[in-house]
Design a protein around this ligand. Structure first.
Ligand SMILES: C[S@@+](CC[C@H](N)C(=O)[O-])C[C@H]1O[C@@H](n2cnc3c(N)ncnc32)[C@H](O)[C@@H]1O
Length: 286
């Protein structure tokens, strides 16, 4: 998946990603959104894309052992991928509905926010967070990761940035703001999801430098793409933070508007994704 020509022009309008699209710049404070993903855990697990195998393998190879802590493990999407790569994974997840799903899929989970979770002296070779680190207090999160990682243990936080076709993104923004005018998200005017995520991970890297105890953070990027039919995209969109909370009638209206835009494209399209990671190793004697 890695190594393809970059596909982001930086000029296409898109679905603003969750972290930066909240009107406030501290998404971890928006707890109603942060813990809303379990409103439909089955759909979340079915529709959300998996992580590039190359990313999983690179994190595993860069970690000193197989014990992984998955922060905000949700339904266990990343956890199961790391288990398939030979790791032992413990999830920490504050939303009991997500945690229940993950447990049913075979992942061991403790229900808590990462900040409040009691590590009880346990140490890990890697702390991972798939699309979850922005919901964690950046200072407390960096300090907690430093506390639970053994020397040379690796912190890796990663996100998918996806780019809807311009007409679909514009239709989404227009209908969304008409139907959900009081949303904390602003979907208008963002030109590139990837740029927004890259700004976000630069902030995470700054936080790790400030926290201390980590090597110089690196950024990794994996480009890939996935085709979507109208039904597949309309299954995915309600799992986004923008749409986990509106009531069913409003959600249906938004999806109808987006669906019409996909129909106008012929009913399907190929979506470019970039999965971006910020990662650093715990310093200290081995
Ligand atoms: C977008 S989902 C990602 C789930 C999963 N990691 C994945 O890759 O599909 C974000 C998850 O972070 C969890 N979360 C929110 N705040 C958190 C916190 N302070 N500590 C740990 N997890 C948190 C949410 O409950 C949710 O399950």
């Amino acid at each position: 998946m890695s190594g393809r020509t970059p596909i982001y022009s930086g000029r296409m309008p898109t679905v603003p990603p969750e972290p930066a699209s909240l009107s406030q710049h501290e998404p971890h404070r928006a707890r109603q959104v942060a813990e809303s993903f379990g409103s439909d855990a089955e759909r979340y697990d079915r529709a959300r894309p998996r992580y590039p195998e190359a990313l999983v393998n690179r994190i595993v190879a860069a970690s000193p052992g197989p014990n992984v802590l998955d922060v905000g493990c949700g339904t266990g999407i990343a956890a199961r991928q790391f288990e398939a790569a030979g790791c032992r994974v413990l999830g920490v997840e504050p939303d009991a509905r997500m945690a229940d799903f993950a447990r049913r899929s075979g992942v061991e989970v403790e229900v808590a926010t990462f900040e409040a979770w009691d590590a009880a002296g346990r140490e890990f070779d890697a702390v991972i967070a798939g699309q979850a680190w922005h919901w964690v207090d950046p200072d407390a999160g960096a300090a907690k990761a430093a506390q639970v990682l053994r020397p040379r243990g690796r912190l890796a936080a990663f996100w998918h940035a996806f780019q809807l076709p311009p007409d679909v993104a514009e239709a989404f923004a227009a209908v969304y703001h008409r139907v959900v005018p009081d949303s904390p998200f602003d979907l208008r005017g963002i030109r590139s999801a990837l740029d927004v995520y890259l700004r976000g991970i630069t902030k995470v890297a700054d936080g790790l430098r400030e926290a201390g105890g980590f090597s110089e953070p690196e950024q990794w990027r994996f480009d890939w793409e996935q085709s979507y039919t109208r039904d597949e995209l309309l299954d995915l969109l309600p799992t986004q933070g923008t749409l986990t909370r509106p009531p069913p009638d409003k959600l249906a209206e938004v999806l109808e508007g987006v669906g019409a835009a996909i129909d106008a494209l012929g009913g399907s399209f190929t979506m470019p994704y970039a999965t971006v990671a910020v990662t650093a190793a715990r310093t200290g004697a081995a």
